[in-house]
Design a binder for this molecule. Structure first.
Ligand code: B12
Length: 169
């Protein structure tokens, strides 16, 4: 069969393959006090649309179950969502329990939603959550855009993130 050599014309460069974004195993969950579910459905769909694998633990997850499931799954990322106004206090309690497990001490962990009852974007609340060990805090008002940037910046093996870095937010 006759072969045709491909000649390059003009200045266009051959396409350079770009690295595939990391596919993450993500646990999405809310906390024991919170019975809202559409926030979790939204986050699951968002993450899956971006190509990640999601385990959604659902609403009103007791602390012990949440920690046990994260130890079993060993996800790359844990996403805590709360909208009932108790998220700040629930989050502080939970991040302590997660960071106390050697397997989860370095796992990227973020929290978001409506975390208090005083409206979004309380900087003191965000600082306290970051200092307690969260890697990102995403309250309402552009939170999803910021969360997508956070995801894009996660390395292939985000388990190596330093605990409580907070630097990504
Ligand atoms: C539906 C609803 C309920 C339903 C929930 C049913 C269900 N299966 O989910 C029922 C009736 C059970 C309910 C109960 C209560 N609710 Co309610 N509920 C709502 C309501 C009307 C809509 C929530 C919803 O589904 N939104 C759709 C989803 C997709 O949006 P979302 O939850 O806001 O999540 C978005 C963002 O927050 C963000 N987000 C959320 N989490 C995360 C995490 C990350 C990492 C990121 C990046 C982003 C992110 O992304 C989502 C998309 O933008 C809201 C009011 C409102 N308009 O928001 C009140 C609301 C959340 N409820 C409220 C309250 C107070 C309660 C109750 C305490 C009422 C009571 N006295 O009993 C209880 C709490 C029960 C409990 N144990 O948690 C308050 C919370 C107040 C606050 N945080 O300041 C709200 C805001 C109403 C209000 N304005 O007062 N509720």
């Amino acid at each position: 069969m006759e072969q045709h050599a491909v000649e390059q014309h003009g200045k266009a460069r051959p396409a350079v393959p770009t690295p595939e974004p990391a596919v993450l195993d993500v646990v999405v969950t809310t906390m024991s006090s919170d019975s809202h579910t559409w926030n979790l459905v939204f986050l699951q769909l968002l993450l899956e649309e971006l190509g990640h694998r999601v385990t959604n633990l659902g609403a009103c997850v007791p602390d012990e179950l949440l920690v046990a499931e994260c130890r079993r799954i060993e996800p790359d990322l844990i996403v805590l969502s709360s909208v009932n106004g108790h998220g700040f206090h629930d989050g502080l309690r939970l991040i302590g329990a997660l960071r106390a497990c050697p397997e989860l001490a370095g796992t990227a962990t973020v929290i978001g939603g409506k975390l208090g009852i005083s409206g979004p974007g309380d900087p003191a609340r965000q600082r306290e959550l970051l200092a307690a060990g969260f890697d990102g805090v995403f309250e309402e008002g552009g939170s999803v855009v910021d969360f997508r940037s956070f995801l894009a910046a996660l390395p292939a093996s985000p388990r190596s993130l330093p605990t409580g870095s907070g630097a990504l937010r």
